[in-house]
Write a protein that binds this ligand. Structure first.
Ligand code: WTA
Length: 677
C-alpha cells in the first residue's frame, strides 16, 4: 500500500486509518440466502450507471400510486432533482390502508414500555388505521392543519409518535419531529425555522427507570419560539397513560389540549388520504452542520418512500412476516426511514422500544427479542459497545433467533463487530453495516446481505444504484480501490436524497455540491457529485471504510452535534471569553465533546464555571451534548491570523502528539494547556 501524502507534521485521522489491516471476511449463512429478497448476483450491474435513472423504477413500483409518474428523473435544474414526476401517492396509504385486505389482523407496531412489568402493546394494521384516521381528523378539524403546513413534534418513543407522523402524512401536513432528548430551546429553534403554529408533545415518558416530565419542555419551547417571533397557538399533549396526566407542569388554558380528550369527538372518523404529488414534502428532519444553525433536511414523498421501501426490502431483507426491531429513536432519521416508513410500507411488524437498552440490565434487549420473536435487529455501535461492556454473556442466555442485524450511525471497531456477530448474532445472523445520513434518506453503502461477504469495520460497496467515488482535496478522483483516504461523494442523484435545506437553497448547494461540482452551468447530473462530508478509503475489493466527519461535526453515540452549536452555548456563560469544542475518543460513545474555554480578563477559573458550562450545554441542546470535560485554559492556541487551532486542542485532549506548534502566534500556551491534562 502506498504511503499517504503527509502535509507538514499534521497527520490526520484519515491518514492514520489507512494503516489498518485488512480484516478477514465472513460469508452469509445459507439459511439466510435461501429466504432472502435479493439474490440476483447481477444486481449491481442492473443498477449500474448505464441503467440510471431507470433502475429506480423497481423501487417506485413497490408503492401504490393514485397516478403513475411519467418522468423518472427530471434533472433540468441541478442540483434540485425531481423523482417520479407526474406521480401522485400518499405515504400513509402506502403504510397502512393498502395492507388491510391482507393483513388487517397482523401486528403493525409492537410497543415495548420501559417498565418491564407493563405489558407489551400490539397494534394491528386495522387498529393503526382507526387511530391514524381519528387523529388525522383531529389535526384537520380541531388544529386546523392542512396540506403543506408544518407541524413540530417533540415526542418520545411511544406508538403515539408513528400515529402522529402517519396522520400528518395522510393530510399532506409536513411533520418535523424533534428528538425528545433535545431541550425545549432546541425545539423552539426548529419551531421557528419551520414556522410551526402547532406543537405536538407527550406528557411524560420512561427513561432509565424514571418517569420524566416532558411537558415542561413544551412550555420552554413555546416561550422561546415566541421570543423569536413564532407564535404557537396550540399544544397537543398525548398522555403516556391515556386519561391520566403524568407530568407536574401545569397546563395552559386555551393553548394546551389533551389529545385523548379531544379525540372523543372524532370516534371512527375516516379521513380520505390526500393525493399528493411525488414532489411534495413528507417531512423535515433537522441536523447539525458546519455552521451553528441546525438545518432542516427536506424529504419528498415519492422519491423518499420509494427509496426507503426498496432499501428496507433489499438491504434490511424485510418480509411481511418478519418481526423487525430497530432500537434507534424515531426522533432521528434512522427511526423515520427504518422504524416507521420503510418497514410499514412492507407490512412488517415493527418494534418500538421506549427505554434505555441496558435498563434494568443488559439482558433486556434479548428478553424482548425472545418474547416478540424478533428476527431482524438494528442498532448502533454505541449500543453494541455498551451491551458488550455490561453484559458480554447475556445474549447466550436467551432463546431468540436473528436472521439479520444492522449497525448504523458511526464506524464500528472490528472487535466490537465480531462480538455482535459471534455473541449477539450467534454466528448465524448476517450483518449489514449501513453508511448514510439524515440528508440521504436511506442507505448509501452496505453489503447486499445475501450476496456479499461481510468485512468487519467496512460498510461495503455502494448499495444498488449508488455510485460512490473518493476525491482528494484538490478535486481529483482517487483511483478506485487504491486504499487512500479522501472525501467520499456520490456520483449520481438517487430518490431518497433530500430536496433541499428547508428555506435555504443556498446552503443546500454550498454545503453538498459546490466543492466538487464540475460545472455550475451544467444540466448533466454527472457534473454534480454529492459531497457527504465524510472521510473514507476504498479497498481493492470495492468496500468502503468510513473514517468519520471531515467538517465541524462531532458524532456522539451516533448523534450529530455541531461544534459551533456547542461553542455558542458555552459562550452564553457570562464569564467565558472564547470557546472551542473538539471530539475526544470514548470507548462507549465513539466520540465525546471536550470544551476548552478561556475566561474574560480578571476572572479566576473555578469548578462553578465548569459546571455552569456543562449545564448550559445540556439546557441549550440536551443531555447528549454534555461535555466529557471542560478545560479552562489561560489562552487559546492561535495562528498568526488569530484562528483558534482546534487541532492542537484535540491532540492534547486525546493525549496525542501536538506536532509542530512553533508557527503559532503563542506557542508557549500549548505547554501550559498540556500541564492541565
Ligand atoms: C456517520 C445517521 C460509519 C457518518 C444515519 C455520517 C457512519 C453521519 C455510519 C450521519 C456507518 C453513519 N459507518 N459512519 N455505518 N453511518 N455514519 O445524519 O459520519 O445522524 O456522515 O445519519 O454518521 O449521521 P446522521
Amino acid at each position: 500500500m502506498a504511503e499517504p501524502k503527509q502535509t507538514g507534521t499534521e497527520v490526520s485521522e484519515a491518514q492514520i486509518a489507512v494503516h489498518w489491516k485488512e480484516e478477514e471476511t465472513y460469508q452469509p449463512a445459507s439459511s439466510f440466502i435461501a429466504q432472502a429478497n435479493l439474490t440476483d448476483s447481477n444486481v449491481l450491474e442492473r443498477y449500474g450507471l448505464d441503467n440510471f435513472p431507470n433502475c429506480f423504477k423497481e423501487y417506485a413500483d413497490l408503492l401504490d400510486w393514485y397516478e403513475y409518474w411519467h418522468t423518472t428523473l427530471d434533472h433540468s435544474k441541478p442540483p434540485y432533482w425531481k423523482w417520479f414526476v407526474g406521480g401522485k401517492l400518499n405515504a400513509c396509504y402506502n403504510c397502512v390502508d393498502r395492507h388491510l385486505p391482507k393483513y388487517k389482523n397482523k401486528t403493525a407496531l409492537h410497543f415495548v414500555p420501559e417498565p418491564e412489568e407493563e405489558r407489551i402493546e400490539h397494534i394491528t394494521f386495522q387498529e393503526l388505521y382507526v387511530r391514524v384516521n381519528e387523529f388525522a381528523a383531529l389535526l384537520r378539524d380541531f388544529a386546523g392543519l392542512k396540506r403543506g403546513d408544518r407541524v413540530t413534534l417533540h415526542m418520545p418513543m411511544t406508538v403515539d409518535l408513528p400515529i402522529t407522523m402517519l396522520a400528518c402524512a395522510r393530510l399532506g401536513v409536513i411533520h418535523s419531529q424533534v428528538f425528545s432528548g433535545f431541550s425545549g430551546k432546541a425545539c423552539a429553534d426548529r419551531i421557528v425555522d419551520s414556522q410551526s403554529r402547532v406543537l405536538i408533545t407527550e406528557d411524560a415518558y420512561y427513561r432509565g427507570g424514571k418517569l420524566i416530565d416532558h411537558k415542561e419542555k413544551a412550555d420552554i419551547a413555546v416561550a422561546e419560539a415566541e421570543k423569536e417571533g413564532q407564535k404557537v397557538d396550540k399544544v397537543l399533549i398525548w398522555q403516556r397513560y391515556p386519561g391520566k396526566y403524568s407530568a407536574e407542569t401545569p397546563t395552559v388554558e386555551g393553548r394546551d389540549f389533551f389529545v385523548n380528550d379531544v379525540l372523543k369527538n372524532y370516534k371512527r372518523a375516516v379521513v380520505e388520504p390526500e393525493r399528493m404529488l411525488s414532489e411534495e414534502v413528507l417531512f423535515l428532519m433537522y441536523t447539525s452542520g458546519t455552521t451553528g444553525k441546525p438545518k432542516g433536511a427536506q424529504h419528498s414523498i415519492g422519491g423518499y418512500m420509494a427509496y426507503v421501501t426498496g432499501t428496507s426490502k433489499f438491504i434490511q431483507d424485510i418480509h411481511p412476516e418478519d418481526v423487525y426491531w430497530c432500537m434507534a429513536d424515531i426522533g432521528w432519521i434512522t427511526g423515520h426511514s427504518y422504524i416507521v416508513y420503510g418497514p410499514l410500507a412492507l407490512a412488517a411488524s415493527s418494534v418500538i422500544f421506549e427505554g434505555v437498552p441496558t435498563h434494568p440490565d443488559a439482558g433486556r434487549p434479548w428478553r424482548v427479542a425472545e418474547e416478540l420473536d424478533v428476527n431482524i435487529f438494528h442498532t448502533s455501535p454505541t449500543a453494541i459497545r455498551a451491551l458488550r461492556r455490561v453484559g458480554p454473556d447475556e445474549p447466550a442466555k436467551y432463546n431468540y433467533d436473528f436472521k439479520h442485524m444492522t449497525t448504523v450511525g458511526e464506524p464500528i471497531e472490528p472487535e466490537v463487530w465480531r462480538w455482535y456477530y459471534n455473541v449477539v448474532g450467534k454466528k448465524k445472523a448476517v450483518i449489514v453495516d449501513t453508511w448514510w445520513q439524515t440528508e440521504t434518506g436511506g442507505f448509501l453503502c452496505s453489503t447486499v446481505p445475501a450476496l456479499h461477504a461481510m468485512k468487519p469495520g467496512s460498510a461495503g460497496p455502494g448499495v444498488p444504484g449508488i455510485h460512490p467515488i473518493i476525491f482528494d482535496d484538490d478535486g481529483k478522483p482517487l483511483p478506485a480501490g487504491c486504499g487512500k483516504a479522501g472525501n467520499i461523494c456520490i456520483q449520481n442523484p438517487w430518490p431518497g436524497l433530500m430536496q433541499t435545506i428547508w428555506g435555504d437553497d443556498e446552503r443546500f448547494v454550498s454545503q453538498y455540491y459546490r466543492r466538487y461540482c464540475k460545472n455550475p452551468d451544467s444540466k448533466d447530473w454527472r457534473d454534480w457529485p454529492y459531497f457527504a462530508g465524510d472521510g473514507a478509503v476504498e479497498a481493492p475489493d470495492g468496500y468502503f471504510r468510513i473514517l468519520g466527519r471531515i467538517d465541524d461535526v462531532i458524532n456522539v453515540a451516533g448523534h450529530r452535534l455541531g461544534t459551533k452549536e456547542l461553542e455558542s452555548a458555552a459562550l452564553m456563560v457570562s464569564e467565558v471569553g472564547e470557546a472551542a469544542v473538539v471530539p475526544v475518543a470514548d470507548p462507549i460513545k465513539g466520540k465525546i465533546p471536550h470544551v476548552f474555554v478561556s475566561l474574560k480578563p480578571g476572572i479566576p477559573a473555578s469548578k462553578e464555571i465548569e459546571q455552569s458550562i456543562t449545564d448550559k450545554l445540556a439546557s441549550e441542546i440536551g443531555p447528549i451534548a454534555k461535555p466529557g470535560r471542560v478545560w479552562i485554559v489561560p489562552d487559546m492556541p492561535k495562528t498568526r491570523s488569530g484562528k483558534i487551532m482546534r487541532r492542537v486542542l484535540a491532540a492534547v485532549a486525546n493525549k496525542q502528539d501536538t506536532g509542530d506548534t512553533t508557527t503559532l502566534a503563542n506557542p508557549d500556551v500549548v505547554e501550559k494547556i498540556k500541564q492541565l491534562a
